[in-house]
Design a protein around this ligand. Structure first.
Ligand SMILES: [Fe+2]
Ligand SMILES: [Fe+2]
Length: 178
């Protein structure tokens, strides 16, 4: 029975496993962003709360995109368990620091998956990954820009209020326009 099931997928066990790990990582990112949204909301940072809620939705979309791929390829997509998500954060700024760290970790993870795909000569999955690798450029850009607002605007006086207002307005431009 097990052999029969294996024939249903051209994904190697290694690739199926690493994709399931990434499904979990996206689910954790989604849960983490939701926790950040809640913290911002409780601390009066209304715009950032909305921004992190939106980020959370996007991470769930990423999870589902991976989930669908594993399923479509005849593999076994695993609905991940997500535990011990942080509730409290040290400061408004630290929320954005963690958000950037999280995005960098995701980029590194996709790089590792791409590397595995090449080693296993799985060019179908390698091609599928291109969307995520490109997406991470935008994800890191937005997270980095948000964190930079703390330097550019400063947190004194109405600084935090200004930062909060600007966060949802950060846009990534694909085209270079000098
Ligand atoms: Fe993601
Ligand atoms: Fe992300």
């Amino acid at each position: 029975m097990k052999d029969l099931l294996r024939l249903r997928t051209s994904l190697s066990e290694t690739i199926e496993q690493i994709l399931n790990e990434q499904i979990k990582m996206e689910a954790e990112a989604s849960a983490m962003y939701l926790a950040m949204s809640s913290w911002c909301d409780r601390n009066g940072f209304d715009f950032s709360a909305g921004y992190f809620k939106q980020q959370s939705d996007e991470e769930r979309e990423h999870m589902l995109r991976l989930f669908k791929y594993v399923s479509d390829m005849g593999g076994r997509a695993i609905s991940p368990s997500v535990n011990n998500i942080q509730v409290e954060f040290d400061s408004f700024r630290s929320v954005f620091e963690q958000a950037l760290q999280q995005e960098i970790a995701v980029t590194q993870s996709f790089n590792r998956i791409a590397d595995k795909c090449q080693k296993e000569k799985d060019y179908v999955t390698f091609t599928f990954l291109q969307w995520f690798l490109k997406e991470q450029i935008e994800e890191e850009y937005v997270a980095r820009r948000a964190l930079e607002l703390f330097e550019v605007i400063g947190e004194e006086g109405t600084g935090q209020y200004e930062i909060d207002k600007r966060v949802p307005k950060i846009k990534y431009e694909n085209e270079y326009e000098g």
